[in-house]
Design a protein around this ligand. Structure first.
Ligand code: PEP
Length: 246
């Protein structure tokens, strides 16, 4: 039985003050029907962590090296120092705008897992790839690359977010059937790599214009164990509506 996990991805939104107010308003509303979380910009992580009793607080990125001459970067040690144990990796915006590759995503996966933190690793096809019918090839390549050299013990605690790029921030969502089909396929890829027992442990989220209204039905899909939510996670009332929906 996999516990659903819903994580808001705030991207480059909200100040520290905004974050404190959001956490104060939402944290106590969280229920046990899912793991609830938010990924905030680095600067707001500490304030979010200090205010959160229930919410998982995640970073949106990290570096793959321990320390060194990497101007502008943040290490996992720095995140752990303020109590952060979750990190989103390989979001399509990072792949698209910041040169993230399958190789850097893999290096970050290894760094995060070796430091006993939990990655939420994003995979998903672009609109072009979707229209060309290559969705499964793309997510397979990204998934296999992300898990390179990850040991079976670590693999089971990874969260995968399937996010079709064409559905992120566009208001277009994959139908539940399409999302289920791709998430089941991703699980089969993990099973090929590690066996069914590990694959059955891995939680797979769908992300792409998720709204509170459709959340319950989305999570009724057998291979969809949660959601990575952008826009709808920024508004206190809609986050609370997601909590109330489960
Ligand atoms: C995201 O940022 O990962 C995302 C899915 O955004 P949105 O829900 O706004 O499409």
């Amino acid at each position: 039985m996999r516990k659903p996990i819903i994580v808001g991805n705030w991207k480059m939104n909200k100040t520290i003050a905004d974050t404190k107010a959001f956490v104060a308003a939402v944290d106590s509303a969280c229920n046990d029907n899912a793991d609830w979380g938010i990924a905030t910009p680095y600067l707001a992580l500490q304030a979010a962590k200090e205010g959160a009793k229930n919410l998982i607080i995640a970073a949106e990125n990290c570096h793959f090296k321990d320390s060194g001459a990497y101007t502008g970067e943040i290490s996992v040690e720095m995140l752990k120092e303020i109590g952060i144990e979750w990190v989103i990796l390989g979001h399509s915006e990072r792949r698209q705008y910041f040169g993230e590759t399958d190789e850097t995503v893999n290096a970050k996966m290894l760094q995060v897992l070796h430091n006993d933190m939990t990655p939420i690793v994003c995979v998903g096809e672009t609109l072009e790839e979707y229209e060309a019918g290559t969705t499964k090839d793309v997510v397979k390549t990204q998934t296999v690359a992300a898990f390179k050299d990850v040991c079976p013990n670590c693999a089971g605690r990874v969260v995968i977010a399937y996010e079709p790029v064409w559905a992120i921030g566009t208001g277009k969502t994959a139908t539940n059937e399409i999302a289920q089909d791709v998430c089941a396929y991703i699980r089969s890829v993990v099973a090929e790599l590690y066996g069914q027992e590990v694959a059955d442990k891995v939680r797979i989220q769908y992300g792409g214009s998720v709204k509170p209204e459709g959340l319950k039905e989305l999570l009724e899909q057998p291979d969809i164990d949660g959601a990575l939510v952008g826009g709808a996670s920024l508004v206190e009332d809609s986050y609370k509506a997601m909590i109330a929906a489960l």
